[in-house]
Design a protein around this ligand. Structure first.
Ligand SMILES: C[S@@+](CC[C@H](N)C(=O)[O-])C[C@H]1O[C@@H](n2cnc3c(N)ncnc32)[C@H](O)[C@@H]1O
Length: 307
């Protein structure tokens, strides 16, 4: 997986932050979090796997008075096993905690609480039933995702939402297995699916799904299909030329200066038609030309004579 590396400078816009966060998922994060805020669902926020901060920065904007925000990532630290090490070396070699924090602080006054280490430390650090939204986007290996889902179930409170990233990508079968295992055997109810994420809850999803369907039916940039599978109503969403929700730009960085326009090529000196035709008129015309053109014409003429 290759991140969209739009720039290596301190980001000015969210789009400048390297990472993976499609517009549809930005719209859905906004919708779920705002829905909670308007329905008095309060609680902390948690993201496992931040990379350079794209989704973490977005989530941080929904932090309400009195809520806490925790993120967890290995950053440049040691992975807990060989497979996880191979995964992080291949895909996130350039990640540092400093890069994440500098990106985050470009958009926010304060950092979230940063846990540096494997996501297995989350259950000891985040209180049970304290969170309203958990984004699981760390390792893609089955055993880690299974445990991250278990941790999400423990820390979510009633009304809470978990978003599971990469639940259906061809290179992440471990996430698919862990996600659908949670649906079939661990009580997770899908609320909806985007191309990249499964949004679920351990509560009854019915009312939330009705509100979501109403929102989606009012938009022209989102297609929808609803099907039943193993007793679950599966709402599948797909963006159609969807724009990202508005997100305020950096508080410190100024937009980069536009690239200098390519210079129009300098006009070559025009040789008068008479000079091209020959004879006396040509000699006079040649004599009236700038010296550099005259010399070139004379050299060409003498070459023609000697050949
Ligand atoms: C797909 S990236 C996260 C993308 C990010 N959410 C975004 O919006 O661009 C996965 C992240 O998980 C981290 N990670 C991988 N294995 C981990 C583990 N066992 N525990 C915690 N973080 C892990 C990686 O360092 C990487 O930053």
């Amino acid at each position: 997986m290759t991140a969209a590396h739009d720039t290596v400078r301190t980001p000015y816009e969210l789009a400048d932050v390297p990472g993976w966060f499609p517009h549809l998922d930005q719209v859905l994060f906004d919708w779920f979090l705002t829905h909670q805020e308007t329905h008095a669902v309060r609680g902390d926020l948690l993201e496992v796997g931040v990379y350079m901060g794209k989704s973490a920065i977005f989530l941080g904007r929904h932090l309400q008075e009195g809520e806490a925000y925790t993120v967890c990532d290995l950053f440049e630290g040691e992975a807990p096993d060989g497979a996880n090490r191979a995964e992080t070396t291949k895909s996130y070699a350039e990640l540092t905690r400093e890069a994440f924090e500098s990106n985050y602080l470009s958009f926010h006054d304060e950092l979230p609480r940063v846990l540096q280490g494997p996501s297995s430390i989350v259950p000891a650090e985040v209180a049970p039933r304290s969170c309203r939204f958990v984004h699981v986007d760390g390792s893609h290996l089955y055993q880690h995702v299974r445990d991250d889902i278990g941790a999400a179930r423990e820390v979510l409170r009633p009304g809470g939402i978990v978003a599971l990233d990469d639940f259906r990508s061809e290179h992440t079968p471990g996430v698919s297995i862990a996600a659908w295992e949670a649906v079939l055997n661990r009580g997770l109810n899908p609320v909806c699916l985007s191309g990249q994420k499964l949004y679920g809850t351990w509560d009854d999803p019915k009312d939330l799904q009705e509100d979501l369907l109403e929102m989606v039916r009012g938009r022209e940039d989102c297609s929808l299909s609803v099907q039943d599978a193993a007793g679950h109503r599966i709402i599948r969403l797909k963006g159609r030329g969807m724009a990202a929700p508005a997100f305020p730009p950096s508080r410190h960085v100024r937009p980069s200066a536009p690239e200098p326009r390519p210079q129009a090529p300098k006009a070559r000196p025009q040789v008068p038609a008479a000079a091209r035709r020959g004879g006396r008129a040509r000699r006079i015309a040649v004599d009236l030309l700038p010296p550099v053109v005259t010399r070139t014409l004379r050299r060409a003429r003498s070459r023609r004579r000697t050949s």
